[in-house]
Design a binder for this molecule. Structure first.
Ligand SMILES: *Cc1c(COP(=O)(O)O)cnc(C)c1O
Length: 225
């Protein structure tokens, strides 16, 4: 049976097999999915959802205001959206330049906990992709850690969807090395976000602590308008 529930159970089973000790977080990527699909997955016990576009996320959050969900921004963040990102998300995984940090810090409401932040790394050096260069991670981390309304939690990456598994694995392994170096300076960092529908088992094998899964859960995304 190919239903949301069947796909969710299958994924949770796979996760348990790959990581019997637990501790791996599943982020359900609900971009391009209607609020009703999020509600249905929440009813099965999923609480963390990832969105790429601030406006789309805000509309869904309004419809789902009666639920206690955790929202992660995983799409590229423009500075003019940083106010809404800081107010309406629990995590921003796509911080990739220093300029965003004081904006997010300033806009995080005083009555909310500090905003959880991941630094996005362009691990394959792709020209078209967002993310900071690996060599910029430490400076960005210092800047993030100095701001009281931000809580630096770790790193995020979207490696190139290389057809050669060994190449992908190598990219995940480079992320893990960066993450370990980061943790030496910032021991509070506990999150390495990598792996999607197609490659999460590989990402887990290389040390991911959070995987971001969309289509393997919700089915193929409807075409974006
Ligand atoms: C869309 C997206 C995902 C999920 O992709 P699937 O292949 O549908 O699992 C994960 N991370 C980011 C940053 C995305 O944009």
């Amino acid at each position: 049976m190919d239903t949301l529930e069947a796909r969710y159970r299958l994924l949770l089973d796979g996760l348990r097999r790959s990581a019997p000790d637990g501790g791996i977080r599943l982020l359900a990527v609900s971009k391009a999915q209607p609020a009703a699909a999020v509600r249905a997955l929440a009813a099965l016990g999923q609480c963390a959802f990832g969105e790429n576009y601030v406006q789309e996320a805000l509309a869904k959050q309004r419809e789902l205001a009666d639920l206690k969900l955790e929202w992660h921004l995983i799409g590229p963040l423009q500075s003019n959206k940083s106010r809404e990102a800081a107010r309406h998300f629990d995590w921003v995984q796509s911080v990739d330049r220093a300029k965003l940090l004081p904006l997010l810090d300033r806009e995080r409401p005083a009555d909310r906990p500090a905003l959880n932040v991941l630094l996005q790394v362009n691990i394959d050096g792709e020209a078209s992709k967002s993310g900071c260069a690996p060599e910029d991670v430490m400076a960005l981390a210092e800047a993030a850690a100095a701001l009281p309304r931000l809580r630096l939690r770790g790193l995020m990456a979207i490696p190139e969807p290389h057809p050669d598994t060994a190449q992908r694995r190598a990219a995940f392994a480079r992320m893990r090395a960066l993450f370990e170096a980061l943790r030496e300076r910032h021991p509070g960092c506990d999150t390495l976000s990598m792996g999607m529908s197609e490659d999460w088992p590989l990402a887990l094998a290389e040390g991911a602590t959070l995987i971001r899964v969309g289509s393997a859960l919700f089915g193929a995304r409807p075409a974006t308008p």
